[in-house]
Write a protein that binds this ligand. Structure first.
Ligand code: NAD
Length: 492
């Protein structure tokens, strides 16, 4: 399928112990582009989730448990090759679920999926062990060294915004470390996780190493999985409130969690910042993937000397974005993921006006013609006139919105940017080298960029503080979560 009007309704089944299995119930996947039904998804009930967890345990206790780091690195590289061999199928699947522009699916989502597997193949291949020679007195010593062991069966629960990218960001290190996984993709984006099951099996992973259960959160596959006594760890990306719920679900069993949660990310723009480059960078950080990236900026603090010029520039660029079908030439921006999410974003667009915003661009639902009337389209929106007391500046909208707020001094800007419950990402825009480092370090976030945004090295720590998450993943940081260590102390 290479155009945007699929005629065939795809059936998406659960993948358990190396086979695709039906669910007791099914639900429809609706395209956010035009409201068409594009897939029928088989929902996993309690029994299917049980079977998936048991299959993962058997794999872990069996042949998979005997593999070496080198074996698994080689498997990860074959998976990366397999994704690339079926690159356009993954692109089509991602577009079918999300409606995002084809260039974005190619350059960000699918390319990064293959890169995730290769990066964690490198990480596991080069990971050393911690060791210390301990002076025990009297000319004697002891050797301490820590060996890594996989957690066992890991539940991987992911959202809909970058479905394959975020899934593989967790599956790759989990498998690299020798775990078996049960994956619960978002109900909104079930396709690429299903396709990945074929690739992982073709790459030679034993049955049960990678399982997929489809469904929703509460009262469905998500909750059945997190409540399951056979789970040894939960790695979750999604909303902060869902993270809090999952934490309660696993608390009685003291299951380790890694949480990558919501954000309300700030950009701080000083008036010595080169205007064009800053406008380019900010536009990307505000509107990429229709603002549906956890790292996206929603608050922009601008030094007063540059405020009017920057606000006019951002508004012009927001108006210049082209909303349209994923394959239409010139499309820069897709729809939101669903009507439900659009209703949430729309409620914030209305609230901003009640809170006193001046709307410089967007502010509502665009008129895109009858063809797209059933889609979840929204206008990229730019506000001034709000401040940090407003809900629109405090709460995560997760859409293409920019609140532009002036400041005078560096101290004030740091205070405003850090005045939030979240702590995922920030960007600082300035030509002053010392100030760049000073302010970037002062941001209470996991990821702080200078004169750029979303530039990633997969070995670098990724994660957030406060309501934005628990723990760091990336490179060796992922190894910490996906393994337990046993320290061996030998008296010499
Ligand atoms: P969500 O929390 O609604 O859902 C995420 C996943 O959790 C889905 O698969 C869902 O079915 C499942 N789920 C929901 N309730 C559950 C429960 N009680 N038990 C088990 N599973 C449950 O999030 P979303 O709307 O899909 O994604 C958007 C959110 O994700 C935003 O808040 C965004 O900031 C965040 N996000 C964070 C990062 C990051 O790296 N920090 C990355 C991407 C998205």
């Amino acid at each position: 399928m290479t155009d945007d009007s699929p005629t065939e309704i795809v059936q998406l089944r659960n993948f358990v112990d190396g086979s695709f299995v039906d669910g007791a119930d099914t639900f429809d996947k609706i395209s956010p582009v035009d409201g068409a039904r594009v897939a029928v998804v088989h929902e996993a009930g309690q029994e299917t989730v049980d079977a998936a967890v048991r299959a993962a345990r058997r794999a872990f206790d069996g042949r998979w448990g005997l593999t070496t780091d080198r074996d698994r690195a080689a498997l990860l590289r074959r998976i990366a090759d397999g994704i690339e061999a079926r690159f356009e199928e993954f692109v089509d699947a991602e577009i079918r679920d999300t409606g995002k522009p084809v260039a974005l699916a190619r350059e960000l989502d699918v390319a990064r999926a293959a890169a995730n597997f290769r990066s964690f193949a490198d990480t596991i291949s080069s990971a050393g062990l911690d060791s210390y020679l301990t002076d025990t007195g009297g000319g004697r010593s002891a050797l301490n060294y820590a060996v890594r062991k996989p957690l066992g069966v890991v539940a991987v629960i992911v959202p809909w915004n970058l479905p394959l990218l975020l899934l593989t960001w967790k599956v790759a290190p989990a498998l690299a470390c020798g775990n078996a996984v049960v994956v619960k993709p978002s109900e909104e984006t079930p396709s690429t996780a299903t396709l990945l099951a074929e690739v992982i099996a073709e790459a030679g992973a034993p049955s049960g190493v990678y399982n997929v259960v489809h469904g929703f959160g509460p009262g469905s596959a998500g909750e059945f999985l997190t409540w399951h006594p056979g789970i040894d760890g939960v790695t979750f990306t999604g909303e902060s409130s869902t993270g809090a719920t999952i934490m309660k679900e696993v608390a009685p069993r003291v299951v380790p969690v890694s949480f990558e949660l919501g954000g309300k990310n700030a950009a701080v723009v000083f008036d010595d910042s080169p205007l064009e480059r800053t406008l380019d960078g900010l536009t990307r950080s505000l509107f990429l993937n229709t603002g549906q990236v956890c790292l996206c900026t929603e608050r922009v603090y601008v030094q007063r000397g540059l405020f009017d010029e920057l606000a006019a520039g951002i508004a012009e660029r927001a108006k210049g974005l082209r909303l349209g079908r994923p394959h239409a030439s010139g499309t820069t921006t897709g729809p939101l993921i669903s009507q439900k999410h659009r209703a949430k974003v729309m409620s914030y667009l209305d609230l901003a006006v009640q809170e006193g915003a001046e709307v410089l661009a967007g502010g509502g639902i665009p008129e895109l013609g009858e063809d797209l009337a059933g889609g979840a389209w929204i206008e990229p929106t730019v506000w001034t006139g709000l401040d940090n007391s407003c809900r629109t500046v405090r709460e995560e909208v997760f859409g293409p919105v920019a609140a532009l707020i002036p400041f005078d001094t560096e101290e004030e800007a740091i205070g405003l940017a850090n005045d939030t419950e979240y702590g995922l990402a920030a960007s600082v825009w300035t030509s002053d080298l010392s100030r760049a480092h000073r302010v970037a370090q002062a941001m209470d976030v996991g990821l702080s960029w200078v004169n750029t945004w979303y530039l990633r090295d997969l070995r670098a720590p990724f994660g957030g503080t406060g309501r934005s998450g628990i723990g760091r993943e990336g490179g060796k940081h992922s190894l910490h979560f996906y393994t337990e260590t046993t320290n061996v102390c030998v008296a010499l």
